[in-house]
Design a protein around this ligand. Structure first.
Ligand SMILES: Cc1ncc(COP(=O)(O)O)c(C=O)c1O
Length: 350
């Protein structure tokens, strides 16, 4: 084996492994990475095409200023309450850079977004993990954890669980550090916690354009919070973290609320339909407020074997093999045609 120059703190490190991306143009039913089943707004595609010209010679706005202003206006905030990231993932990483130093603790409830574990290793912080209670709910230990940085993923992935306002406020009231509320999936849920921003200077809300704006390929995330938290994030960001095309896409997408709502309505309606169908096939199901269903095949079926058999039929979903979610599937909400192919394949396999 060749010599490793990786820093000592990363010995035995397991990086985050993104879901499989099959080659473009092949006939896959891709329900494994929570992308949008519908395309982006035609206005966004036009705006990107118009921006793909000579000006690419120049660096973009370092603060993604046009997008920052458009997003602030959309949410009724000031521009100094908005930060942009190269996807929500970069904003999560920026939170580690800004708010958790080597040796600090970072608190989160498990199971949750698997990016957090590797980020703890990279930043040499100690994960303060709290297994969820019955119904994937947050425990009092987690609520009271005094870590300088705490993540709430709401709705959560992969469970789809959504905690309401009272639960979120309880965490905020009991937390002394920064509370990052990752609302990547909130557009598909009954409520967001935007209204809490004015009351809690330690609250940072993260959003992404990868799901409900159908722009996963453009890498756009944004954070909303108190101007102090926003300037802390900006202080640690890469100089030009959004490229010119992403800035144009973000600005145009946030202004096309009609298209955004069309995607949300589709996903919410199809989620209900798919969950019903899977229940009829004998699947156990856990209520999901996100753009995926969280389900477990009927007793006796091995999740890994079912996922492999689906893959042979060019249907990709996510399955889990570690407790407490061993045997569960996370299935992204797709189109009706994709769902029918999934169900046909499942009927053959089961
Ligand atoms: C919980 C959660 N947060 C954040 C993200 C970040 O998404 P992106 O980096 O595509 O904006 C994801 C993506 O799947 C996610 O599941």
């Amino acid at each position: 084996m060749s010599q490793s120059f990786l820093k000592k703190a990363l010995e035995g490190y397991h990086p985050y492994i993104p879901g499989e991306q099959p080659p473009d143009g092949e006939d896959w039913v891709k329900l494994n990475t929570n992308e949008s089943p519908l395309p982006p707004s035609p206005k966004v595609i036009e705006a990107i095409a118009a921006a793909a010209g000579e000006s690419l010679r120049l660096y973009p706005s370092p603060t993604a200023a046009p997008a920052r202003h458009a997003i602030a206006e959309h949410f009724g905030l000031d521009a100094n309450q908005v930060a942009l990231g190269n996807g929500g993932d970069e904003l999560i990483e920026m939170c580690f850079r800004a708010f958790a130093g080597a040796g600090d603790r970072v608190a989160y409830s498990t199971p949750t977004y698997p990016l957090l574990d590797p980020l703890c290793r990279v930043h040499e912080v100690t994960p303060s993990t709290h297994p969820t209670a019955e119904g994937w709910t947050w425990t009092p230990d987690f609520v009271d954890d005094p870590a300088p940085l705490k993540f709430l993923v709401n709705p959560n992935s992969p469970t789809g669980t959504h905690h309401g306002r009272m639960s979120v406020e309880r965490v905020l009231a009991r937390s002394s550090g920064v509370v990052v509320l990752d609302e990547a999936y909130v557009d598909f849920a009954p409520e967001s916690q935007l209204e809490l921003l004015g009351r809690h200077p330690n609250l940072l809300i993260l959003r992404t354009m990868s799901k409900s704006y159908a722009l996963a390929g453009m890498r756009i995330g944004f954070a909303l919070g108190h101007p102090q938290l926003i300037s802390d994030l900006d202080a640690v960001k890469d100089s030009y973290n959004l490229n010119r095309l992403a800035i144009v896409a973000a600005t145009t997408a946030i202004e096309d609320e009609e298209h955004h709502q069309k995607i949300v309505r589709h996903v919410v309606a199809e989620r209900a339909w798919l969950e019903d169908q899977l229940r009829e096939e004998g699947f156990e199901h856990s209520a999901s407020a996100a753009n995926f269903a969280f389900v477990k095949p009927p007793l006796g079926a091995s999740a890994a074997a079912v996922a492999d058999a689906l893959r042979e039929r060019r249907v990709l979903i996510r399955h889990y093999d570690r407790e407490p979610i061993a045997g569960w599937f996370r299935i992204t909400i797709g189109t009706r045609t994709q769902h029918e192919r999934l169900l046909t394949a499942l009927r053959e396999i089961l």
